[in-house]
Design a protein around this ligand. Structure first.
Ligand code: PGA
Length: 257
């Protein structure tokens, strides 16, 4: 039996009102589902964290931020700290998403500082890693992914590894409608699993490894059934509540197989 985490990455979408509506619809929609082995996570834009946290209180839904700064406070216009995220009531933070790496120039060392800061504040970091199409085509997928993993997790202790989540997100599959096939995804996930065992021993077996990149209601089943795929980090399909609920339902069913 598997443990799953189904996470919605809303990116720069939803007004406060839309965020509240979407969270309410998801809260209502999961009533009656057996989610004893499935976590549900919503990651709205920072400005909508509080309304989504309020709506999700005393429900199965957890809330996370999409980014953070590693300093606690100070002159960093436009940034939010892990301490602020934690105090808002959120539990997770997405770190090193490829959009942050590519569009905002975030490097592995900077990402690693954020991971360590999140862990120190008691947040669960979701470290995103993944190759571009050029890298896949030139055969360097595994090298790139494992390098991002090692650098992103530098200095993370065995104890802290209990709080981390990894998201494998091939850049070419994000927002393109072209998901990795289940075989392509599992091939990388199993390498990530081995690398986590090298880093953390037996504890590496328990770390959730999410797949992200055009996961939707149609392909979720074949992806989630793979041995080393422990959930999804879902962009586009997490904004349509029926689609997102359908993925959660699929995970619920597969979690007992
Ligand atoms: P997508 O995004 O599901 O829209 O491809 C996934 C992500 O970027 O986390």
């Amino acid at each position: 039996m598997k443990q799953f985490l189904i996470a919605g990455n809303w990116k720069m979408n939803t007004s406060p009102e839309e965020a509240a509506k979407l969270a309410s619809a998801i809260r209502k929609g999961i009533v009656g589902m057996d989610l004893s082995r499935v976590g549900v996570l919503l990651c709205p834009p920072a400005i909508n964290l509080l309304p989504v946290i309020q709506i999700s209180s005393e429900s199965k839904i957890k809330v996370g931020a999409q980014n953070c700064h590693y300093e606690k406070s100070g002159a960093f216009t436009g940034e939010i700290s892990c301490e602020m995220i934690k105090e808002s009531g959120a539990e997770y933070v997405i770190i090193g998403h490829s959009e942050r790496r590519i569009l905002f120039g975030e490097a592995d060392e900077f990402i690693n500082q954020k991971v360590l800061s999140a862990l120190n504040e008691g947040l669960k970091p979701i470290l995103c890693i993944g190759e571009t199409l050029v890298q896949r085509n030139d055969g360097s997928t595994m090298k790139i992914v494992i390098d991002q993993l090692d650098k992103g997790l530098a200095g993370v202790s065995g104890k802290q590894s209990e709080s981390i989540v990894i998201a494998y997100e091939p850049v070419w599959a994000i927002g393109t409608g072209i998901s990795a096939t289940a075989e392509q995804a599992e091939e990388v996930h199993s390498q990530i699993r081995s690398a986590l065992r090298v880093l953390f021993g037996e504890k590496g077996n328990n770390i959730l490894i999410l797949y992200g990149g055009s996961m939707n209601a149609n392909n979720a089943g074949e992806l989630l059934i793979q041995k080393n795929i422990s959930g999804g980090l879902i962009g586009g399909s997490s904004l349509k509540y029926e689609e997102f609920l359908s993925i959660i339902k699929t995970a619920g069913e597969l979690s007992f197989k």
